[in-house]
Design a protein around this ligand. Structure first.
Ligand code: 2AM
Length: 181
């Protein structure tokens, strides 16, 4: 039997932004609203790959290395709730083209390599709370933290001691002059 691991491509958030987000979150949502995602786990998923074999992982890494795209900026200025999946999220009122392009390319490569890709539209977000199945009073927006995205990463999702942990496996830079939001 070949071993697999649960992988996804994502954008890491700078430590300062993650700290600012958890401070803001603590003031916005009551304890009972949902289970807060640990600061270390805050990220924006670009492509979820599912359970991937070592061979397939190699092919996906090679594709990631070949990908050419300029850096871009994004602003986390929106907040919402998906009661069905129990997720309270931070997102963008207007996702930059660079972000949509990067996700689209990674998702196309993933599909080509046999990783199932959801037909639902891509909605880039940072998951803030899980198990939020009841109505949640949402703030009208979010502070609009601005992030320059000059790379993307491959993570493994691990479950140990009853906790989900994301392990950074590799990162690739985006090169060239930055696109504006
Ligand atoms: P979520 O935060 O909205 O739940 C690791 O699990 C990352 O992959 C998370 O960002 C998670 O999104 C995302 N993810 C997990 N399962 C997924 C799926 N079936 N389709 C798309 N994204 C998924």
């Amino acid at each position: 039997m070949t071993s697999t691991r649960r992988l996804f491509f994502a954008i890491a958030l700078p430590d300062s932004v993650r700290q600012a987000i958890i401070g803001w979150r603590a003031g916005q949502f009551p304890y009972e609203a949902g289970r807060p995602v640990a600061a270390a786990n805050l990220h924006i998923t670009l492509a979820f790959l599912g359970e991937v074999s070592a061979n397939k992982e190699q092919a996906l890494r090679a594709a990631a290395m070949r990908l050419q795209q300029k850096p871009f900026t994004l602003a986390l200025d929106d907040c919402g709730h998906w009661p069905g999946s129990g997720v309270v999220w931070l997102g963008m009122k207007r996702a930059p083209r660079g972000l949509l392009q990067l996700a689209q390319r990674l998702r196309a490569q993933a599909a080509r390599n046999g990783c199932y890709q959801s037909p639902l539209p891509f909605h880039p977000h940072v998951t803030l709370l899980r198990q939020a199945r009841q109505a949640v009073a949402l703030p009208p927006g979010a502070p609009g933290w601005e992030i320059t995205v000059d790379g993307f990463s491959l993570y493994a999702s691990l479950f140990d001691n009853g906790r989900t942990r994301y392990m950074l496996l590799d990162s690739w830079p985006l090169a060239g002059r930055r696109d504006s939001v």
